[in-house]
Design a protein around this ligand. Structure first.
Ligand SMILES: O=C(O)CCC(=O)C1=CC=C[C@@H](O)[C@@H]1C(=O)O
Ligand SMILES: [Mg+2]
Length: 368
């Protein structure tokens, strides 16, 4: 397979509602798309999950644009590629910058699957045709609004509710949620807002029968999470601490977590995600697929990877309409009774809406 042309798009789309976590609020998404075309004019698509500012990790949208333009695209353009797995080794001469790497690699995976006439889920080794999903709710100014959102999303059939917590908005919030929803599958994402000094608060969360607490401590940490896991009942799920296969291996060996939130962009692409998936399956560490407020292209890739056997817990891949007045794919992603039907058409299985992409593109560059 040879990639004849690559187009890099910088896209600006306003989400329907602001999304607040312990490290900030986002509503105007500024992200990148990569379109990779082969000799037959077939296009594969990938989405970069960075934000405009490096709040989640060290990467941000402009850093990814530079990485792709200067280093990664030239490694792929006009080169013969037998299989997308080859890219991880090529890209690893450059340190980290996983979200930038993942954008291009995902586009090549989509193109590879399309050129074989195979759904991306199948090309990845997926075994499911439907996947269960939950929803991630941002921090609300007042708990009543949060309780209303939980009721609405539970009524819509989402299989688990993820709420964001931070010091001062944790025990009181979780208590009110449990007072109103004693039995719903519930988890909390701290986005690294705590330290071991908060051990009493973190222990107190054991009373709420949470499915997990996601990334309570510093991004990148494994040691303190291992100490914490020994002191609390609630399973720890890691997100911002797992950037590679090695991180996952060490986290499992240290006992830093019992669950991992898989984000294809954070780990550098679908090939690395598969490797981590297989390790976790062997070590009985269940996965679920996290989200990064993606458009439909990133959402489609998330659906495909979630079909692998060890994605055992509902992820964050909610409906397009949760985020966008109009998504850039057709049909849009629609959750029905807490489930997504994975398309069995070639590649990501959705058509891109070029008009919608053009309308939202603020910059683009064609590489031939
Ligand atoms: O709905 C989604 O796409 C998930 C949103 C979500 O929970 C997150 C998005 C981006 C970074 C984080 O704030 C957070 C997460 O940690 O999972
Ligand atoms: Mg998280």
């Amino acid at each position: 397979m040879k990639v004849n042309e690559i187009i890099l798009y910088k896209v600006q789309m306003k989400m329907r509602n602001p999304f607040t976590t312990s490290f900030g609020t986002e509503q105007d998404r500024l992200f990148l798309l990569v379109e990779a075309k082969n000799e037959e004019g077939i296009s594969g698509w990938g989405e970069c999950v960075t934000s405009e500012r490096p709040l989640y990790s060290e990467e941000f949208t402009q850093s990814s644009w530079h990485m792709l333009e200067e280093f990664l695209i030239p490694m792929v353009l006009k080169k013969e590629i037998q299989h997308p797995d080859e890219l991880q080794e090529k890209f690893n001469m450059y340190k980290r910058n996983n979200m930038a790497k993942s954008t291009l690699e995902a586009a090549i995976w989509d193109l590879y699957a399309k050129s074989k006439g195979e759904p991306l889920s199948k090309a990845l080794g997926g075994v499911k045709s439907t996947v269960e999903v939950g929803i991630s709710l941002g921090i609300e100014d007042n708990v009543d609004d949060l309780l209303k959102s939980i009721q609405q999303k539970t009524d819509e059939g989402y299989r688990r509710i993820k709420v964001k917590i931070k010091p001062g908005k944790d025990i009181n919030v979780l208590q009110q949620i449990r007072n109103n929803f004693p039995d719903i599958p519930l988890m909390a994402d701290a986005n690294s807002a705590y330290t071991l000094k908060d051990i009493d608060t973190l222990k107190a969360m054991d009373q709420f029968n949470l499915m997990m607490i996601e990334q309570p401590l510093t991004a990148g940490d494994l040691i303190d999470h291992a100490k914490l896991q020994k002191q609390i009942k609630t399973p720890i799920c890691l997100d911002e601490s797992i950037h590679s296969y090695e991180d996952a291996r060490q986290a499992i060996e240290l006992g830093s977590c019992k669950i991992i939130n898989m984000k294809v962009g954070r780990v550098g692409g679908l090939t690395q995600a598969k490797k981590i998936h297989d390790l976790c399956e062997k070590e009985n560490i269940p996965l679920w697929c996290g989200g990064m407020l993606e458009s439909g292209i990133g959402r489609a890739h998330n659906m495909a990877i979630t079909t692998l056997s060890n994605f055992k817990l509902p992820g964050d891949t909610a409906s397009s309409s949760r985020y966008w007045d109009k998504d850039i794919i057709e049909p849009e992603v629609v959750v029905e009774n807490g489930q997504l039907h994975v398309p069995d058409r070639p590649g990501i299985g959705f058509d891109v809406n070029r008009e919608e992409i053009k309308k939202n593109t603020i910059e683009m560059k064609v590489f031939r």
